[in-house]
Design a protein around this ligand. Structure first.
Ligand code: GDP
Length: 137
């Protein structure tokens, strides 16, 4: 069974829509294999997004991700990575398809409600960043 990592970002946690977003995963036949609420340190966020370190928006991205708590979830199911990306919608909520999480809950390209792994390979790395094997069922 494929697994992927979702992060409900600080904007969506502050809006109190964690349950609504998790319900969308379940409605799409994705199972919650692990979940927790946590707050990233600057070092955590910089390491997690290291791939974007040279991008002009890197500091804004890190500042935003540490601005409040997040909810990190391992999703499991058939085609979990691609399915989660479909549920999320485009990175820029202004371009996200109607009915997607970002169209419904995101305000801007920074405050865009959710993160999702963009490949099965990255999903494995991202899951290991947040969870021990014994926390995933
Ligand atoms: P994602 O996989 O859809 O989350 O998008 P990316 O992996 O390309 O980018 C990671 C995160 O960086 C996005 O979710 C955005 O919050 C942010 N981001 C990406 N591109 C831009 C940009 O052009 N400007 C700003 N301000 N933020 C961006």
């Amino acid at each position: 069974m494929e697994q992927t990592l979702s992060i409900i970002k600080p904007d969506a946690v502050a809006k109190n829509v964690v349950g609504q977003i998790l319900a969308r995963f379940e409605a799409a036949d994705l199972r919650i294999a692990a979940t927790k609420k946590t707050r990233l340190s600057r070092v955590d966020a910089e390491a997690f997004y290291a791939i974007h370190a040279e991008r002009p928006f890197f500091k804004d991205l890190v500042d935003f991700m540490i601005s409040g708590p997040v909810v990190v979830t391992v999703l499991e199911g058939n085609d979990a990575m691609a399915k989660n990306r479909d549920l999320m919608g485009a990175t820029n909520p202004a371009e996200a398809e109607a009915g997607t999480i970002r169209a419904d809950f995101a305000d801007s390209i920074d405050a865009n409600a959710v993160h999702g792994s963009d490949s099965v390979e990255n999903a494995k790395i991202e899951i290991a960043f947040f969870f021990a094997e014994r926390e995933i069922y």
